[in-house]
Design a protein around this ligand. Structure first.
Ligand code: SF4
Length: 249
């Protein structure tokens, strides 16, 4: 499938976003995830593609978010060097790197590396929910039962997930409140049906959009609500990860 791998968004937090390719997610068991399938069997091929994508970065906002079919730590080493080079060439002063919880003990190495080059390094965690029963039982995130304060020690930004059958509106709102209280930024992803076994809960999603608190969330610059194709949401980070406006296969 051809997907869009570079975008720029100026919704709430202007930044460039790149969707790079890894050789695979070492966890790989999250029940809702099929984007881990976007991987390469060859580190050399992934690095070559990633270099093409990184060439599209302009430095327009000075902020670069990097996502991939796994964790940032699972990208080829060559790609890490290319990211450092593009930060220097394009005057990027802040990077946001998505990581699985299992890599947290090594975050300081990446922070030191980027910060030694004058680039602030933030980590984005796919937490999905702060409720260990939902996170572990429904989503199988492989994070154990650590609470939000412990998670905050490592991540500044969090991804939360809404719209999977088995979730409740109260639980989703509680997750959002915790996220807004403890983290710099919350990305609330509305689940879109994909090839995984997870089922989209239309009623739950409609209830979120109709909730009296929703306009406040939309107006809150700390939270981005992302749903592909729904004008009620804050968009989809410029459509990255979807098929249209393709620039690189
Ligand atoms: S850690 Fe991320 S890439 Fe890996 S299976 Fe879970 S959601 Fe997918």
């Amino acid at each position: 499938m051809s997907i869009k791998r570079y975008s720029y968004t100026d919704v709430k937090c202007p930044r460039e976003v790149v969707l790079l390719q890894s050789t695979g997610c070492s966890w790989g068991h999250c029940t809702f995830c099929d984007y881990q399938n976007d991987k390469s069997m060859s580190a050399a091929a992934a690095a070559k593609l990633n270099r093409q994508i990184l060439r599209l970065v302009t430095g327009k906002s000075g902020v670069l978010q990097i996502i991939d079919s796994a964790s940032f730590s699972e990208l080829p080493m060559e790609t890490l060097l290319d990211v450092l080079a593009v930060c220097k060439e394009k005057n990027i002063h802040k990077v946001i790197l998505e990581q699985h919880w299992s890599y947290r003990s090594g975050f300081w190495v990446l922070s030191d590396l980027f910060e030694s080059r004058g680039v602030e390094c933030l980590f984005l965690g796919g937490i999905e929910s702060f409720n260990p029963q939902i996170r572990g039982g429904l989503f199988n995130k492989g994070m154990g039962r650590d609470g939000p304060e412990e998670i905050r020690r490592y991540f500044q930004w969090v991804n939360l997930l809404c719209g999977v059958k088995g979730q409740s509106l109260e639980g989703v709102l509680e997750d959002i409140h915790i996220g807004l209280e403890l983290f710099e930024r919350v990305i609330l992803n509305i689940f879109i049906t994909n090839s995984s076994s997870a089922q989209r809960d239309e009623e739950l999603i409609a209830a979120l959009y109709a909730h009296p608190e929703f306009p406040l969330l939309k107006a809150n610059s700390k939270i981005e609500i992302l749903e592909y194709g729904n004008p009620l949401s804050d968009g989809t980070l410029g459509g990255i990860g979807y098929g249209e406006e393709e620039t690189i296969k």
